[in-house]
Design a protein around this ligand. Structure first.
Ligand code: GCW
Length: 714
């Protein structure tokens, strides 16, 4: 604001949307008698407790504020803990979880555990740490009346996954191509504006509150593509990073930073970033010491190295274990963790070369390194071998490194799934990935959700003790009033948090919770029609999106660069390694051992054989693994080309049904939400129609095979 600004020019921004924590959602506990019992809290290190023992006054104060707010809003009261409250929230540092022994760096799930006991309609939540107690409070909020109804109970709740992280691809400076938030579809960054950390970070605290209500407790605050400006967050801008950490802290959320492997040179002036160089090691140690001196509860570093132009250990003839262990050594004295991404591949591939297969890259680089990573390194693996596509097989890396802490990486931001213009509820897709069993679907062996919890096939003792590497996801949040651009994309953020806490949850049940909270009326309940329509709109929306975009697991076919909308050959003759190889006879990528790239051989049995053989390869992945004629008959009984026509026509009809279903809610949902969703649905219908027509036209022209039903194709 300048001196000349007059009051008439002051623009009052509407408050951010309440998402899943509108006041109405607090009705059940808010109209009761609530109490918080807190022992004397010692305050080591200026009020910030060391990692794993976060009984800080700050989180306790947050909890007291939450309880106060709920009761003031809904007519209940905060009472003395000894006055028989309806809900007692008791912080009890000596209360320990049954399996609460010692855990190495980054493994703090026992400190996240809470107990919920109900006796005669009175509820007591007990936890050893303030953050766990806060999670217990939000658990009660989520249950609503059901928390107090029902038979007596005594339950323990702990997250299945120790490390639950959201990665923000936010830039400090607006990047000339990628903008303020890389692959962001929700406006600007909540952390940065005008080339620096925002002065007003109150929205970051509101964000932390939303995350705490889902169970997320770690956030990486900058893009893994670390540009020159962003690199300085590690050094010059540390005081500003500390302000962000302080804004997250009241809700028990810890900050992490993405760092550049070249930092010893670009920031430190050293002649090298060689991970085995003594000066480089000393530089990183000093950098980490400074970070933790400034932010004692800092979480750790995230690294994208030797990938898409980011610097890494390959420049020095070193491997990724050398690189990761360099940083691990620096953060270890502080209990820090290093998330090292396995997204390493050659992005300057020759499209003429059919022997190089991008899908193979992560396994080829990382599987041989199993057992060499330090215990505070988490290797973060994208769920699929390519790149967050609508459909891919599960990455074979997740089945290949039993002696390494592995994290599953998901993408909440909808880069390839409609960019928050299309309604696409991703929990069913994530759930499929989490439930995939490397040793075969039928055998009841460990699933991916077990692998990342340190309970995969034959984990090493170190991995089991650390309870694996957990889960991470690229966030979909910005400074948009609805947080996520499309108001219904909030459901994805909510669902990610809930699946990170309990990966066995049913996606439809998670959606039901989200609807119950987000659309709660004044009495805390939701109109049955609203509930029904939101399920109709979202439950199968990922499959609907799949049906009108790239078919049968082949992937991409998007506009290069921004990745929105159809462009079948957009990437076909580029260096990015994402091809479909369509010709007049057929389409798909031959990744078999017999005649193709051999990628199927990266899977353990039975998958290596299931995928290898056309007779057993699942339809939805057939073009990922095989190059087949258009006339190839799928297990579903139709040919590949007819499948393309059928699904694309049907997909657009389903979007039309979605629009009609949503419009039937007029007057039952808030006007601003309604208006924004309608605008997005109109674009989804336009875009789905464009996808249908381009895909169908491409296939009919390439193959010469007409649609069996004679529908319009151009
Ligand atoms: O999907 C690709 C994105 C890049 C991103 C990269 C990654 C941050 O198109 O924008 O870069 O993945 O995951 O590192």
């Amino acid at each position: 604001m300048t001196d000349e600004t007059t009051s008439s020019e002051i623009v009052v921004e509407p408050a951010p949307h309440a998402a899943w924590l509108p006041d109405c959602a607090l009705a059940a506990p808010g109209r009761r008698r609530l109490a918080v019992r807190v022992p004397d809290v010692s305050e080591p290190r200026g009020g910030i407790a060391p990692p794993g023992s976060d009984n800080s006054r700050e989180v306790v104060a947050t909890l007291q504020g939450e309880v106060e707010h709920a009761t003031t809003t809904h007519g209940g009261a905060v009472v003395d803990p000894d006055a028989s409250p309806d809900l007692l929230l008791a912080l009890s540092p000596e209360w320990s979880a049954p399996d609460g022994g010692t855990a190495p760096s980054g493994a703090d799930d026992s400190s996240s555990e809470f107990r919920l006991a109900r006796a005669g309609g009175r509820v007591t939540v007990t936890a050893a740490t303030a953050t766990a107690l806060l999670h217990g409070w939000f658990h009660v909020v989520r249950l609503g009346e059901a928390a107090f109804a029902g038979p007596d109970a005594d339950e323990r709740h702990a997250p299945a996954l120790t490390l639950r992280v959201l990665d923000h691809w936010d830039n400090v400076d607006v990047h000339p191509v990628m903008g303020q938030v890389e692959r962001g579809y929700s406006g600007g960054s909540i952390f940065y504006a005008e080339g620096r950390v925002r002065d007003d970070l109150s929205r970051v605290t509101t964000y932390a509150r939303l995350l705490a209500a889902t169970g997320i407790d770690r956030v990486c605050i900058n893009n893994v593509n670390v540009h020159a400006r962003e690199a300085r967050l590690l050094t010059d801008d540390l005081p500003d990073v500390a302000r962000i950490a302080a804004a997250l802290r009241p809700y028990g959320v810890r900050a992490h930073l993405a760092v550049s492997f070249a930092a010893p040179m670009t920031l430190g002036g050293l002649p090298t970033s060689d991970p085995l160089d003594d000066d480089v090691r000393a530089w990183w140690r000093a950098a980490a010491d400074r970070v933790w001196a400034t932010i004692p509860d800092f979480g750790g570093f995230v690294v994208k190295a030797d990938s898409e132009g980011q610097p890494g250990p390959f420049a020095y003839g070193r491997d990724h274990a050398d690189g990761a262990n360099l940083l691990a050594d620096a953060v270890a004295p502080h209990g820090g963790v290093v998330h090292w991404r396995a997204f390493v591949y050659d992005h300057t591939q020759d499209w003429r070369d059919r022997s190089t297969d991008r899908a193979r890259a992560a396994y080829d680089h990382f599987a041989p390194l199993d057992g060499r990573f330090a215990e505070n390194v988490v290797v973060q693996v994208k769920h699929g071998p390519m790149d967050f596509q609508t459909r891919e097989p599960v990455s074979p890396v997740l089945a290949a490194m039993p002696r390494t802490r592995l994290a599953l990486e998901l993408q909440v931001t909808q880069e390839y799934t409609g960019q928050q213009r299309h309604a696409c509820y991703l929990a069913p897709w994530w759930s499929e990935n989490l439930g995939f069993r490397p040793s075969g679907e039928g055998d009841g062996g460990p699933a991916v959700r077990d692998v990342v919890a340190g309970r995969g096939p034959d984990p090493s003792a170190a991995v089991a003790t650390a309870r694996g590497g957990g889960i991470a996801a690229v966030a979909n949040v910005g400074d948009d009033r609805f947080w996520t651009g499309h108001p219904l994309a909030q459901a994805n953020l909510y669902a990610f948090g809930r699946l990170a806490w309990d990966p066995t949850l049913d996606p439809a049940a998670i959606l039901d919770e989200w609807v119950g909270l987000t659309f709660a009326g004044p009495d805390g309940t939701v109109d049955a029609r609203v509930r029904e329509v939101l399920h109709a709109v979202l439950d199968d929306s990922w499959r609907t999106y799949e049906s009108y975009t790239a078919p049968l697991g082949v992937g991409f076919m998007v506009r290069p660069g921004h990745h929105y909308g159809p462009d079948v050959d957009g990437y076909e003759y580029t260096p990015w390694g994402t091809y479909h190889f369509a010709d007049r006879d057929g389409i798909g990528v031959d990744r078999t051992r017999a005649t193709g790239t051999g990628f199927t051989g990266q899977y353990p049995a039975p998958w290596r054989d299931v995928y290898e053989d056309l007779a057993t390869c699942p339809d939805e992945l057939v073009l990922f693994f095989h190059h087949v004629p258009y006339s190839h008959v799928l297990h579903s009984g139709v040919t590949v080309v007819q499948h393309v026509y059928d699904t694309h026509f049907a997909g657009v009809e389903r979007v039309r049904d979605t629009v009609a279903a949503w419009e039937s809610l007029a007057g039952l949902v808030p006007d601003d939400v309604d208006a924004r969703v309608r605008e997005r649905l109109a674009e989804q219908l336009r875009s789905a129609t464009e996808w249908r027509d381009q895909l169908n036209t491409y296939f009919v022209r390439k193959s010469g095979v007409p649609d069996a039903h004679g529908r319009t194709i151009y």
